[in-house]
Design a protein around this ligand. Structure first.
Ligand code: FES
Ligand code: FES
Length: 220
């Protein structure tokens, strides 16, 4: 009787089978601490066709029918005709598309429209009362804080968010803090010192921090 010979191929095949069997019979089994995904808590599947998303835009409830791939910026500009937020870099680098989502500044080109379902979205159009400019917008005009205007709606929403966040302590704002708040808003026209001066004036901080705008800009 011939004894069976062990070939290299047979050895590898056997080892592979053994390791598969070992992994199937792993004593601990699957990670029991991981939450189980059930039909009930799985995220709802949407698309690829357009489906509706509802959110609050500048105080009014709006509904748009968009495909899941559509950004918030596209939905605002193309579907809702809200063109204050600008499309410049389309990659989160310039801040021209900044809007407020639940009060926080966000790049609308980097969010999907479906991500703001149920949220509160504020664009530059929602900062004033109808045709009436907000105090911040009026200060931008007084301080010449805009030139070509491409960055301006993003600058305004970032600064409005800062003022709202600071609330009653806004009068203690410094130029450096304003520069921090607009760090993601690029202005090729170089309006930064004027933007800082406008914000400090609205905050009532100008008198308490003389030359803050100039010194903060030099520091930044
Ligand atoms: S267009 Fe969104 S960050 Fe530039
Ligand atoms: S005003 Fe022109 S880019 Fe800022």
């Amino acid at each position: 009787m011939t004894s069976p010979t062990l070939t290299r191929r047979g050895l590898l095949r056997g080892a592979g089978t053994a390791s598969v069997l070992a992994s199937c019979t792993k004593p601990n089994g699957p990670d029991s601490s991981a939450p189980a995904i059930t039909d009930a808590n799985a995220p709802a599947e949407i698309g690829p066709d357009a489906t509706s998303v509802e959110f609050t835009l500048n105080g009014k409830t709006v509904t748009v029918q968009v495909e899941p791939r559509v950004t918030l910026l596209e939905a605002l500009r193309l579907d809702l005709d809200v063109t204050g937020p600008k499309l410049v870099c389309d990659r989160g680098a310039c801040g021209a598309c900044t809007v407020l989502v639940d009060g926080r500044p966000r790049n609308a080109c980097m969010m999907l429209a479906h991500d703001v379902a149920g949220a509160n979205v504020t664009t530059v159009e929602g900062l004033g009362e109808g045709e009436q400019l907000s105090a911040l917008q009026a200060a931008f005009v007084r301080h010449d804080a805009l030139q070509c205007g491409f960055c301006t709606s993003g600058m305004l929403t970032s600064c409005a968010s800062l003022l709202r966040r600071r609330g009653s302590s806004a009068s203690a704002l410094t130029g450096a803090e304003v520069n921090d708040a607009i760090a993601g808003n690029l202005c090729r026209c170089g309006t930064y010192p004027n933007v800082v001066a406008a914000v400090l004036e609205v905050a009532g901080a100008k008198a308490s921090t003389p030359n803050a705008a100039a010194s903060a800009t030099k520091a930044g």
